[in-house]
Each structure stands twice: as C-alpha cells, then as structure tokens.
Write a protein that binds this ligand. Structure first.
Ligand code: NAG
Ligand code: NAG
Ligand code: CA
Length: 147
C-alpha cells in the first residue's frame, strides 16, 4: 500500500499548505495590528471582509478580473492598483510583489489593507465587504472571541 501511503502524505501536505485562519484567531491578529477602529472601521468589518474576500485563506488567488488583474491573499489585494505580479500595468500603491500577499505572514497584507482603506473609496474598494458587510449588524464576526 505504498501508493496509498504516498497519496495520504500528499493530501496532508496539500491541506497543510492552505493557511486558513479560524475566525477568532484572525480577529485577534487583526486587532493586534491595529485594525480595530482603523479609519473608523470596527474590527468586525475587517473579519467580515476577509471572510467574503478569501474565506480566511491567506493563500487565496482570485480568478482573472476583466482588466486582466488578479486579487491576492486574505484581503484579495488587486494587482492593478496595489501590488505587482509582473503582468500588465500596476500602480503598485503598496510597493509590493503580489506574492507577498499569498504567504502565511499577513503583517504586510494588513499594512497594504490600511493603505487601501486610506483611499477615498475606503472599504467600498472591496465588493465582498460592500455587498455583504456594509451596514449590517456585524456582531457575529467577533462574537465569542474576547476581543
Ligand atoms: C519599495 O520597496 C523597495 C524594497 O522592496 C524599496 O527599496 C523602495 O525604496 C520602495 N519604494 C518606495 C517608493 O517606497
Ligand atoms: C446585533 O445582533 C446581536 C446578536 O444577534 C444583538 O444582540 C444586537 O443587539 C444587535 N445589535 C444591533 C445594533 O442591532
Ligand atoms: Ca504576506
């Protein structure tokens, strides 16, 4: 059963590679990086945003957008405006390679998200937030987390 053994091993590696945060773990991490109340957005907004953008997966890469750009990581940061993926035009507003936003260290993702929300569109930049979180009762996104 060597083949089966190898298959199981690869499955374990695959599962291990997708860094999917748990709600409260992410809430605490975002809070420790100063997102609670950042630009007026309570912590629950950030947790809700991350859920609808990436399902809390720090390695998420979105499908190609109509302009050819892609979205990267837990906040689905866009390559047309905020990071460079080496393809097409980018303003690279966060001065980062998009691959910085698909690893398990989300510190730089958080810094870039702060930059995004400082723009006039603020959180409306994220359709996941605008369509699912904006104006909603968001208490469930931090409930039970002790934050
Ligand atoms: C962009 O980042 C690089 C390092 O990755 C740095 O050397 C450079 O000064 C940065 N540019 C700006 C405008 O911040
Ligand atoms: C939001 O929902 C929670 C739980 O359902 C409830 O306890 C709370 O009163 C609600 N807050 C508002 C402002 O409606
Ligand atoms: Ca990162």
């Amino acid at each position: 059963m060597k083949v089966l053994g190898l298959t199981v091993l690869f499955l374990l590696i695959a599962v291990n590679e997708a860094r999917v945060f748990e709600k409260c773990e992410l809430a605490r991490l975002l809070k420790s990086h100063g997102l609670d109340g950042y630009r007026g957005y309570a912590l629950a907004n950030w947790v809700c945003l991350a859920y609808y953008e990436s399902s809390y997966n720090s390695r998420a890469v979105g499908p190609r957008n109509s302009d050819g750009s892609r979205d990267y990581g837990i906040f689905q940061i866009n390559s047309r405006w905020w990071c460079s993926n080496g393809q097409g035009t980018t303003s690279n507003g966060c001065n980062k390679s998009c691959s910085s936003f698909t690893n398990d260290d989300i510190s730089d993702d958080i810094e870039c998200a702060k930059r995004v929300v400082r723009d006039p569109n603020k959180m409306d930049a994220w359709y996941g937030w605008k369509n699912n979180c904006k104006g909603k009762n968001l208490s469930k996104w931090t409930s039970g987390c002790g934050v």
